[in-house]
Design a protein around this ligand. Structure first.
Ligand code: NDP
Length: 308
């Protein structure tokens, strides 16, 4: 029984060490040294694989090395192979830390003050109490819920928007497409934490950004393709939106002529809000080995019908 590692070679040794300690029964192989492909029951990969079914006839589980699974074409994955996300609480904690940073930066208008500093302007703005600031999270899943939990003690007015009804600590959960505009209309700070699916691709377009209150801020930690960048730039340039903190972009890295690089009201980070944590990922793999042995449902299986 072996796991074939096809993710970042720089991390291979850490995965190997951690797996050999916690799952010594699992042989670790690293691409391209696949050995006998019939012995490969598990693959840990970042990139989509062509011909996976033909190459690895005994493959049971495909572990996604990244946090999202939008890079996999689920339709091309054999029906008997489950795709598994390696999410754990430490990944959610790290993401919540980034969201907290972004919300506080937008709440305290740090991007505007940074622009003032660069222009030599000393211009205090009215202070807004956290209780008067409405923060909305799109996608109240594993990561969205952890971010909301971290924000709650700061006293913001919280809300969420989700496909199904979820508990939002101290706030209201808006549900489904019919309630999206109402949700956006009350977000002074909008945090996008959705997975990328055909339904959510381009969801933050010009019309939806127009629903936000005047001067609203955006934090995007979902996927770049959720936001129509030209629409965001227009809203920022026209002052309809106050700022954006973007960890993900349509093209990563963006081309040098992308105006987002130098926009005074935009803070870019290179897709570092969170990531799969090796110890947490290995814990999922080990737990799933146990569950497979005992015939129990596996952890973190991607729902093919939903795409996440
Ligand atoms: P989950 O699957 O736990 O949560 C996704 C949530 O989004 C669910 O609550 C789901 O609703 C909701 N959702 C999905 N589709 C829709 C829709 N069409 N309308 C309304 N709500 C919808 O995922 P995670 O929280 O673990 O991760 C979310 C995403 O964050 C990842 O897919 C990835 O793209 C991104 N990410 C980014 C990172 C970064 O570094 N920037 C790092 C980690 C993740 P329901 O509960 O009803 O199913």
């Amino acid at each position: 029984m072996c796991i074939l590692y096809m993710a970042d070679p720089a991390d291979a040794q850490k995965w190997r060490d951690c797996l050999s300690t916690l799952a010594p029964e699992l042989e670790f192989r690293q691409w391209p040294d696949i050995g006998n492909p019939a012995e490969v029951h598990y693959i840990l990969a970042w990139e989509p694989l062509a011909d996976i079914a033909e190459q690895f006839g005994n493959l049971r589980l495909l572990y996604a090395a990244g946090a999202g699974v939008d890079q996999f074409d689920l339709a091309r994955l054999p029906a008997n192979v489950s795709l598994i996300r390696l999410v754990d609480s430490s990944m959610a904690d790290i993401m919540a830390e980034y969201v907290l940073f972004g919300v506080l930066a937008l709440h305290r208008e740090i991007l505007a003050y940074q622009e003032d500093q660069r222009s030599g302007r000393w211009r205090p703005r009215p202070i807004v109490h956290a209780s008067q600031r409405r923060v909305g999270v799109m996608g109240v899943g594993n990561l969205g819920r952890a971010a909301l939990d971290r924000l709650q003690p700061l006293g913001f007015q919280l809300s969420g928007w989700n496909r199904s009804l979820k508990e939002v600590p101290g706030g209201h959960c808006y549900v489904g497409p019919d309630e999206l505009e109402a949700f956006l209309g009350q977000c002074d700070i909008l945090v996008n934490m959705l997975p990328l699916t055909p339904e959510t691709d381009g969801i933050l377009n010009a019309a939806r950004l127009d629903c936000l209150p005047h001067g609203a801020g955006l934090i995007n930690v979902g996927r770049g393709a959720h936001v129509i960048e030209t629409a965001l730039l227009s809203a920022l340039d026209e002052g309809r939106m106050g700022g954006a903190i973007l960890d993900v972009l349509v093209q990563e890295p963006p081309s040098q002529d992308n105006p987002l690089w130098k926009h005074p009201r935009v803070l870019l980070t290179p897709h570092v809000a969170s990531d799969v944590q090796i110890e947490g990922g290995v814990a999922v793999i080990v737990e799933n080995l146990r569950r497979e042995r005992e015939g129990m449902p596996l952890l973190n299986v991607v729902d093919r019908s939903k795409g996440y």
